[in-house]
Design a binder for this molecule. Structure first.
Ligand code: ZN
Ligand code: ZN
Length: 379
């Protein structure tokens, strides 16, 4: 990692007087002024370095601290000496020149939230405003952590801006600097509202949009809506995990939706029109006469919206309706009229040959339960 030596940048000796530094600075700013080299990023970067070096070396107090750390070899000059000043001078466009400078910026933590939505909302897509209390940018300092009008943060003098300190001994491990919490920067005049962190707990609201076809357990990432970063670091993200409340009748099967519809024996034989729930509301479904158990009837285009990957056109899956013939439940008093009617039905069916498959399986011996109704023939 190339270290930036401010003395080298200004082309002066480490023992140079204030006058020598000033003269070097004037000469160099003339030579490297961006106005004289339009659209030359390298020249502009150099110009910024010169300003940064002069900013430190022209200030007796800053220079003294810089010299101390330079002597101790603690100075990671690539991070800039006085972080805030360096960053002010460099601006965002020079982030690449001093890439490691980003180390000082601390990305904010992610926020997590579990959003429960209805089955239909997940299938068709929806929008929700979620509200909860979480750290957000401090309103007093705008998230900078510096008191309004106060001096900007400075390099941490405990760790020399490295963010970590070395313990005693030959094989001492490096540990996170406690003074600056590893950021390498400290607030000189911290904001009273957030005690310098830039973040404050507050009610926060987020607009979360779920696309059609969202599955249970899906995570939506909302970049930059998490906790604020420190010292100009990016905010964390908001991670929303989607919980889908089950529907009493409908189930997902990839792009299709499945449900069962129960019909009576009579409806199965005669055909029926039944109302079936879909994600678009109830629709009438015609059950053909003679339908058999296990038949799946298809409601085209009532499934999950999707984009056809080949044509890029919106399309939808289907809803598959499974037909279940419900067996009549007899009342506890023996069945009464229902039993009598079923026995009559059975008798009529046998006589009419209305159960050809059953008759075939039983070798044509299928008989109706006796008129006495003991039902013992099923054993
Ligand atoms: Zn520190
Ligand atoms: Zn604040």
């Amino acid at each position: 990692m190339a270290e930036l030596d401010y003395y080298a940048i200004l082309g002066v000796d480490a023992a140079a007087s204030a006058d020598e530094i000033k003269r070097a600075f004037r000469r160099l700013t003339l030579e490297f002024h961006p106005d004289r080299h339009p659209d030359d990023a390298q020249i502009e970067a150099r110009y910024r370095q010169i300003n940064m070096a002069y900013d430190t070396l022209s200030d007796a107090a800053k220079r003294s601290r810089y010299d101390t750390q330079r002597r101790l070899g603690q100075l990671d000059l690539s991070k800039g000496f006085d972080g805030q000043t360096a960053r002010d001078l460099l601006g965002n466009m020079f982030g690449d020149v001093f890439g490691s400078r980003r180390n000082q910026r601390r990305k904010g933590r992610d926020l997590r939230y579990t959003l429960s939505v209805d089955f239909v909302e997940a299938v068709l897509g929806c929008r929700h405003t979620i509200e909860f209390e979480a750290p957000g940018p401090c309103s007093q300092c705008g998230g900078s952590g510096t008191a309004p009008g106060g001096r900007p943060p400075e390099g941490c003098d405990v760790c020399g801006g490295r963010g970590e300190v070395k313990g005693e001994g030959l094989f001492a491990r490096r540990t996170r600097c406690g003074r600056c919490d590893g950021t390498g920067l400290v607030q000189v005049e911290p904001c009273a509202g957030c005690r310098g962190s830039g973040a404050r707990r507050q009610p926060r609201a987020f607009d979360v949009k779920l696309p059609a076809g969202t599955v249970a357990g899906a995570e939506r990432l909302l970049p930059g809506l998490g906790e604020p970063g420190r010292f100009g670091g990016d905010a964390g993200d908001l991670r929303v995990t989607v919980n889908v409340r089950p529907h009493p009748r409908l189930q997902r099967d990839e792009d299709d939706i499945r449900c069962d519809v129960h019909i009576s024996v009579a409806e199965a034989a005669l055909g029926a029109r039944v109302s079936v729930p879909t994600v678009d509301g109830n629709v009438d479904l015609d059950i053909p006469a003679g339908v058999r158990t296990g038949t799946r009837l298809r409601l085209r285009g009532k499934g999950v919206p999707r984009t056809d990957p080949r044509r890029g056109t919106p399309a939808r899956g289907d809803q598959l309706v499974g037909v279940v013939i419900e067996t009549p439940v007899l009342s506890s008093d023996g069945g009464g009229h229902v039993r009598a009617a079923l026995e009559a039905l059975e008798q009529a069916c046998v006589e009419a040959g209305a159960y050809p498959r059953r008759a075939e399986e039983r070798g044509g011996t299928a008989r109706a339960p006796g008129a006495g109704g003991n039902g013992g023939q099923t054993r």
